[in-house]
Ligand binder design. Structure first.
Ligand code: SAJ
Length: 421
């Protein structure tokens, strides 16, 4: 990697994206100040510890802090480049950009000529333009980049993150990045920033296209998972094994169907397509329907569980439902927007069955389940299977591959991930 013009970087938001990004840049010997509004997060990072679960991130962060390259703070300070990686939640059909505006307001007093400001947070098209306009309003003494107008004091760009939780450190470095500059010069300076740590291709475009590119990638995946989920329902009606079907169809050189599941979770794929729907509500029938298909899948699974519980109810004792997995996808501990958790909450609320939950990546049940009568977490997945009359496979964690077929004998099995198909 070449010597960068950018010697000090300020990263705003030390969450699932900001913290790994700050740590990786610092690991290249660049001075990094990570900023977060939560004092407890700042204190922890300054001790060389992390507050999120991501393979190997603890060691990279600890080393960067020990070497003096990474510090955390609750307030931004002057730097050469600012990266904004704050949450952009979606409420009531609208993207909530408050954290972006707060972050922009917080760095405005620090800006000097020659600076670069990059927005990484998932955002509706046009957000970077609005952020630049806000900075221009707050700092009339500086020429802040505006779309397509070359010649500025402060460069502005949009560069979406694209890393897969669980593989963040590898993908941060190896994935190609779309670098959307307000101007050519902005894109060139942003490219310098990403070259510090990124070995993938850096693909230049304008900010608006880069914003849409991020949304498009996740909507593409959502639409394709919806196709698989719809197929799984059709196949069940037609008495066809969907997993075998998908495997066979994928032998065609131009077919690549994704895997059906209990629904789509996480804070990206289940959310980002709505940003496109919000931007063009009358022209997004497919994207909206895909969201509805995926959001409808937990209810479909719940109906199957209800039928199985009714079938097992004998009058002598309450049937036991064994739920395997709560996370939003395999091999992570993240329960946010998890369809498995949504299903578990609804089963726990039924009141006509006991529930044994296995989730190898957590130590305590989340609050939404912890108070339910007849719900308990076990660290032993085999026990969850052994005690259950109805076994529901919700998350195909690698560890579950050790559950033998014999253990399922005599039980009603609802396998939403096809691991026993
Ligand atoms: N899922 C299925 N079937 C599949 C694949 C996934 O049901 O065949 C489900 C998962 O179980 C999970 C959900 O979809 O509930 C999303 O999981 P994921 O692994 O597809 O994606 P995320 O949310 O972990 O990360 C995505 C990635 N985007 C794409 O692959 C296009 C990642 O690269 C992005 O950086 C991330 O969103 C983000 O932050 O936007």
């Amino acid at each position: 990697m070449t010597e960068s013009r950018l010697k000090k970087v300020c990263v705003l938001g030390l969450g699932y994206i900001g913290l790994p990004t700050a740590s990786v840049i610092a690991s290249r010997g660049v001075e990094v100040v990570g900023v977060d509004v939560k004092p407890e997060v700042v204190a922890r990072i300054n001790k060389g510890e992390i507050h999120i679960v991501e393979p190997d991130l603890d060691a990279v962060t600890a080393h960067a802090v020990q070497q003096g390259h990474l510090r955390a703070s609750t307030a931004p300070e002057p730097a050469d480049a600012y990266m904004i990686a704050v949450p952009t939640p979606f409420h009531d059909g609208k993207a909530d950009l408050d954290y972006v505006w707060k972050a922009a307001r917080s760095i405005a007093p620090c800006l000097v000529a020659g600076n670069l400001v990059v927005l990484e947070s998932t955002s509706p098209p046009g957000t970077t333009d609005k952020m630049a306009a806000l900075l221009a309003e707050l700092r009339p003494d500086l020429k802040i980049a505006q779309p397509g107008v070359e010649g500025c004091d402060v460069h502005v760009a949009y560069c979406p993150e694209r890393v897969l939780p669980g593989r963040v450190l590898t993908e941060l470095v190896e994935n190609s990045r779309v670098v959307g500059g307000m101007t050519q010069a902005c894109a060139a300076l942003a490219e310098d920033l990403y070259r510090i740590f990124c070995s993938g291709e850096l693909l230049r475009t304008n900010a608006r296209t880069a914003e849409m590119c991020k949304l498009t990638e996740n909507a593409f995946r959502d639409v394709n998972i919806a196709f698989a989920n719809e197929l799984s329902i059709v196949c069940e009606k037609l008495d066809i094994n969907v997993w075998e079907l998908v495997k066979l169809a994928n032998h065609h050189p131009r077919v690549n169907i994704l895997q059906p599941g209990p629904g789509v979770g996480g804070h990206c794929i289940a959310v980002d397509p709505w940003f496109i729907v919000e931007a063009a509500p009358d022209d997004t029938r497919l994207i909206r329907t895909a969201r509805e298909v995926n959001d409808g899948k937990p209810k479909y699974v719940l109906d199957k569980i209800a039928a199985a519980v009714a079938d097992k109810a004998s009058g002598k004792r309450r049937p036991v439902v064994g739920l395997l997995g709560l996370a939003f996808k395999p091999d992570v501990d993240d329960l946010r927007e998890s369809p498995a958790l949504q299903i578990a909450e609804a089963v726990a609320a039924r009141g006509d069955c006991d529930v044994v939950v296995s989730e190898p990546h957590i130590e305590h049940l989340p609050a939404s389940l912890a108070n339910g009568a007849g719900v308990r977490l076990t660290a032993d997945m085999h026990e969850a299977v052994r005690e259950a009359d109805v076994v529901v496979m919700l998350v195909n964690h690698r560890l579950y591959q050790t559950i033998a077929r014999d253990e399922l004998a005599g039980k009603t099995v609802i396998d939403t991930r096809g691991i026993w198909s």
